[in-house]
Design a protein around this ligand. Sequence first.
Ligand code: MSP
Length: 510
Amino acid sequence: MKKFYVTTAIDYVNAPPHLGHAYEKVCADVMRRFKRAKGFDTFFSTGVDEHSLNVYRQAKDEGISPMEYCNRMVPMFVNSWESLNIEYDRFIRTTDDNHIKSVRHLLQKIYDKGDIYMDKYKGWYCVSCEAYLQESELVDGKCPVHNKKAEWFEEDNYFFRLSKYADKLLEHIEKHNGFILPTTRENEIVNIIKNGLLDISISRASEGWGIKLPFDENQIIYVWIDALTNYMSAAGYSDNNKLFNKYWPANLHIIGKDITRFHSIIWPAMLMSGGLTLPERIYAHGFMTIDGKKMSKTGNNFIAPDEIVGLAGSDAVRYFVMREMPFGDDMDFTWSRFWGKYNSDLANDFGNLVSRTFSMVDKYAGGKVPKFEAAEDIDINYMESIKRPDTDYFKQMENCQFALALNTVWEIVAKANRYVEETKPWRLNKTPLAAARLGCVLLNLLESLRIISSYSYPFMPVSSEKVWRALGMDEDIKEKAFAKVNEWEILEKGRELVAPGMLFPRKDIK
Ligand code: MSP
């Protein structure tokens, strides 16, 4: 059995998660469900990044320990992902014992290799980026991303010989097609490397909290070096060899475009130095804004994932973010766009197709899967156009082109709705000759719903499974969604069906 290991970035805990963070977790969940249904042995990790300076300072302001602060924040992430049906295997916290062990283990290996040395660091630091910035990157002394004053740091730090790996990184990117998606991001990374890499500081001697360096307990490990290692800790590095040997390397790191450099330069170089295999692919997605503004962690520009799920249901939220966020690009969220898509795509196109198909089967076929008796060209052509082994869907899914894959599925939904309009089953019922064909039309619609529910399963697991079960499919959709997706007449003839009920009730968007 082939394996597939997918990860998300781990979120900073100093503010609750918003819809932008949720989007990334949905991407990973969709991918894992897709791969599992294709027969892969899958593993999915997500979690939180706790050792940031922001956490340390906020806890201090409140007079509590950083750990107490994190313990208070973590349930917000866990609950949000649960509300969205994110089925991860490991929720990693960077304060977990096995992660601490992993990070120290890896750093010792890099140190033993001779890739770490002590030097003096002087420079501007943005606490929100948790990164040093060049003087030239500052705007009025502020970090351009967070619009906050950069702080001057000066201390003895340990450095990692990143510069040593420039050529090896370029070679790796060249040899591995699609290592970084989309290609525009890969080109950016290649340019950065070609312009020359500087060694990076990987420890802190001053304020903060974190994991101690194994070879100098007076210094704590830079939070990004700590956080990146989570991908290996989550899969058992340093404490579960069996798990680690099975799932490492990760097949896909899903991250936001703002952190591509950390993942495509620093992380692979660390792995090369530690003698470990590199991940297969890094997908850098775009950013979500709200009403044209940056998503914030509080106030009007904040959308809590579990609240929007409370309003529309998890499948609708998952569908919307996956359908509307273009591959690698940004997307602006507005409530009117959200409810507009909900009503048009889910309540009308999808929900209506399901409810009218089941109600016609009930009315004209006694609620049972009809037999195939007579068909016309239009019915045969229709069937051929739906069960297409050459569908773009699989390729799009493999390449993280989720919005395109959903377009492909909704083309089938539209075709099925057009087929209803063209064949007018309610008229076929009128004469005995036409009635023979009615069975075929209804069967075609039921088989279409089966195929649609297969394809939509990774995106909308709850409603897809409801449709699948209502069609009398006994196999588990989780594992078998794609097993018969190119076949027809799979539904058991004569089987009594029970409609799945209203999936997406129309919403008044005023
Ligand atoms: N802790 C680091 C990641 C370490 S991974 C080894 C971090 N945390 S974060 O909380 O700032 O962001 C977590 C993820 O959410 C990142 O991939 C980031 O790009 C993504 N997003 C944050 N805001 C987002 C949007 N508005 N839209 C889409 N994704 C967003 O970076």
